[in-house]
Design a protein. Structure first.
Length: 118
């Protein structure tokens, strides 16, 4: 079983679980886990990315327009929302591929602080 090597700030294509935990959808997600976590587990924590910009609103969600310096290498094709209030722990074998990295995680970090009350 081959596992994809990914790092914090990578946009990955992944089978993201629906809230019913019975179905999944192949979609982009953002790796938010610390690279130095050293849990010993072959899993990674990701935040869902949606191209439905109507989902913007809560401070736990970050608008990421394509074509900006922060997203130019991310591989995203549409303006999107990173939903730090929709996290999943994914086994690395479920990662289809790394699409590209975000250049600036400061907005994501702030949204994660809101989501996790840090």
């Amino acid at each position: 079983m081959s596992m994809i090597d990914c790092h914090r700030s990578d946009v990955v294509l992944v089978l993201f679980p629906d809230s019913n935990l019975r179905t999944t959808k192949l979609r982009p997600a953002l790796v938010v886990q610390n690279d130095n976590l050293a849990s010993g587990l072959q899993q990674v924590i990701v935040a869902m990315i949606s191209s439905n910009v109507l989902r913007l609103g809560p401070p736990s969600r970050v608008f990421v327009p394509v074509g900006t310096e922060a997203t130019k290498n991310s591989g995203l094709l549409l303006d999107s929302i990173v939903m730090t209030d929709n996290l999943a722990t994914i086994h690395k074998s479920e990662l289809a591929r790394v699409i590209g990295p975000f250049q600036d995680m400061s907005g994501i970090d702030q949204a994660m602080r809101v989501t996790l009350a840090l």
